[in-house]
Design a protein around this ligand. Sequence first.
Ligand code: AMP
Length: 547
Amino acid sequence: MIFLEFAELCSSLEKISGRLETISILADTIASLSKDELPDFCRLILGKPFPEWSGKKLGIGPNLLYEAVAYVTGRKREDVIDSLSRVGDAGAAVEELLSQKSQTSFFTVELALADIMSALIEISEMEGGRSQREKVRVIQRLLSSASPLEGHYITAILLEDFRIGVGEGNLRDAIAQAFSVDSKLVEYANQIRNDMGEVSVLALKGEEALRSVRLVPFHPVRMMLARQGTISGVLEEGILVAVEYKYDGARFQFHKQNGTCKMYSRRLEEVTKAMPDVVALLDAALPDDIIVDGEVIAVHDGRPMPFQTVLRRFRRKHNIAEAADAITMIPNLFDILYCRQEMLLSRPFRERREILTQVASQFVTPQLVSGEEEEIENYYHAALDAGHEGVMLKLRESHYTPGVRGKNWVKIKPETDTLDLVVTGAEWGEGKRARIFGSFLLSVKSNDRLVPVSRVATGFSDEQLNWLFQTLQDDIIRKDGKMVYFEPRLVFEIGYSEIQKSPNYEGGYALRFPRFVEVREDKDLKEANTAEDIEERYILTHQSVNS
Ligand code: AMP
């Protein structure tokens, strides 16, 4: 595939807002690609040349790009910066600048998709003092062979600022359509391999290839997630559930094979170097050829420390040894996904837990198995008294479902004053959130329409914002300056301090100090709060203040 064709496809996809049309155009293209082109195409169309877990990074900031663009277009660096800030979008600005350059002064060679990919790999492998200069040179080489439209998308890829409205969901369905395979199998293979590039080639081979994907150490899988719920909601007549403390720390996956250990974060980035103490503890406690799942917490005098303390360790790149001395971290293991060549995902949790307790000499999370509401309540209060977040209730017959927030894991935490609101739009963020959505527009149902009542920009972790961006970019139906609007699908649970009357929102009310609590994936739009609920809560609180 030549890169111009790819760029033209991106440009037309950007103008389409219908999901089905996007999928069908993508599927036609995917079906026409060769086996060698498929993986590069699938990775680049998501704007992610490398899977998160590969550890490969481009590391190109705007400054490097300004320099390369200035060189290629024969402009001053300041002119390039001016143009970027005027146009707002780096890709579009580079397109404009390239279209103004005198074509005769450059030799234009036809770029293939594979050329772009090998240049990206070359960039990701550059290290050391001279690497910045070398990166600029590669970018110059690419941009001087590029047409304006190609320059647009090369820039977007280089800056990891690719927003053409194709997320994993659309790509999964397009791959399934292109090769007439079940999209659930494409999803399954991607849960395990975490790389749409590799999965596309398996889909080309057929359903059997997708079904037989293997989990292997040092290739992390997405973490299974939990829903919010209540103890009585989980307990049915006669059912026994596994109850564990819900630790307020950082999720990790630990892999060990042939004496080598690696630890990954919830976003599947490798954190082995930042956590030498925890890695050493787990290395000593676990045998070879294993993948386990857990939560690491910081402790002081036997009590858990706030989540922020854990993050200070997790994200650290320098002075790691000092930080390890200052902050004691303890891993808590609660699941096992792979052991001695065997994939354990489809074994019931009951069995996985048994294997985990057999193989791990220490650090296995204590567990209560009970069907008694009162006993579980007591365990929950003991967890809170010990400084933990609450408890997790897990169904003992459930499989490990990577990346899925299902009903098999239910978290029980103290209640706060919250509303469930529908996410109808978002605004691009600023600063470190510039390439993802930074705030969200929230609405309630009022006479069969959705009317905005609030915006929320706080309470999100970086991981959540990244996940929301990945999830919601497929739902965009309209763009307007820095705002995008979604086909409503997600419900956010939002904490707030007070409901106020406000002329700023069509519904006449606004939330004071709105704070994101979580995505209520267990709720559909019909179950979200309505305008009448808000009015009722307003009247109730104001009556009680006045009386
Ligand atoms: P939340 O982040 O609120 O959706 O809650 C789910 C998170 O709780 C998981 O991703 C883990 O990071 C964390 N967690 C703490 N303790 C446990 C546990 N015993 N089992 C599973 N997850 C746990």
